[in-house]
Design a protein around this ligand. Structure first.
Ligand code: ADP
Ligand code: ADP
Length: 234
């Protein structure tokens, strides 16, 4: 039932002979279907943790498992394949490609998948668009949409490949409160449908939605509301 296992994870950045211990002694188990929020002050290591969970960066030491893979054993290419199949990303700044239409943006993560042909790709993208209630904007370009609409498209892109994990980095950071609520409601729905979500947020209203709250300080997990249920389930 474990989707993610981090065992004694450490991340040290070295630049100009200066070592930054961004993460120290991180132990974390996340089960399928959990909705987790990660919070903590600026510079405490949230982005680094999310990058490692998202296989965008690798830990300096420790054991990291995702969906049965030992991440440290994967070469770059296999890591990219696992990332593409298992993880959907939602960013604060939406990160849509301005030269592509809405539906093309959503198809993008699927173009790296050899098991999905062009026709299926389009069908899956249309279905994801419908889910975020943006079907009427399928041929628009990102610049023609409001921030809230762009983030809904980004959510569609994150879920189109049915990933086992959705990672969201301050997903409402650039949205007004009405659109923030809309995107949070959408994440709630995805969670109710079985998605595993891990979200970094400064927004206390966002953190409240998550069923499990993890607090990071100075590169360490200093509080984890789900730690107890986790050990009893092992
Ligand atoms: P947060 O997301 O909580 O603001 P980060 O994970 O971005 O924190 O950063 C944690 C620490 O690691 C900070 O001290 C930051 O300056 C440092 N850091 C992050 N990324 C890098 C990097 N690529 N090179 C050097 N130091 C980094
Ligand atoms: P946020 O807290 O909004 O996530 P950060 O400033 O912590 O933003 O990080 C933004 C990006 O810059 C991240 O990808 C992080 O890895 C990188 N970064 C952060 N601190 C440093 C640093 N000291 N040197 C190099 N890159 C850094």
């Amino acid at each position: 039932n474990h989707l993610i296992e981090l065992n004694n994870i450490k991340k040290v950045f070295v630049s100009d002979d200066v070592e930054t211990h961004a993460l120290t002694d991180i132990h974390l188990v996340i089960n399928k279907g959990e909705y987790v929020s990660i919070s903590g002050p600026s510079g405490c290591g949230k982005s680094t943790l999310l990058s490692i969970l998202g296989l965008l960066d690798t830990a300096t030491s420790g054991l990291h498992k995702l969906a049965g893979h030992v991440v440290g054993d994967l070469d770059n290419k296999s890591r990219a394949l696992v990332r593409n199949k298992e993880i959907g990303f939602i960013f604060q700044s939406f990160n849509l490609i301005s030269e592509l239409t809405v539906v093309e943006n959503i198809e993008l993560p699927l173009t790296y998948r050899k098991d999905i042909d062009k026709k299926t790709r389009r069908a899956l993208a249309e279905a994801a668009l419908k889910k975020v209630d943006m079907s009427h904007r399928s041929t628009h370009y990102p610049s023609q949409l409001s921030g809230g609409q762009q983030q809904r498209v980004a959510v569609a892109r994150a879920i189109v490949g049915a990933p086992s994990l959705i990672l969201a980095d301050e997903p409402t950071g650039n949205l007004d409160s009405k659109n923030a609520k809309l995107v949070m409601d959408l994440l709630d729905t995805l969670h109710e449908e079985g998605a595993t979500i891990c979200m970094v947020t400064h927004d206390p209203r966002g953190a409240q939605r998550a069923r499990r709250v993890i607090e990071v300080f100075d590169g360490r997990i200093i509080a984890d509301s789900g730690a107890r249920t986790q050990t009893t389930e092992v």
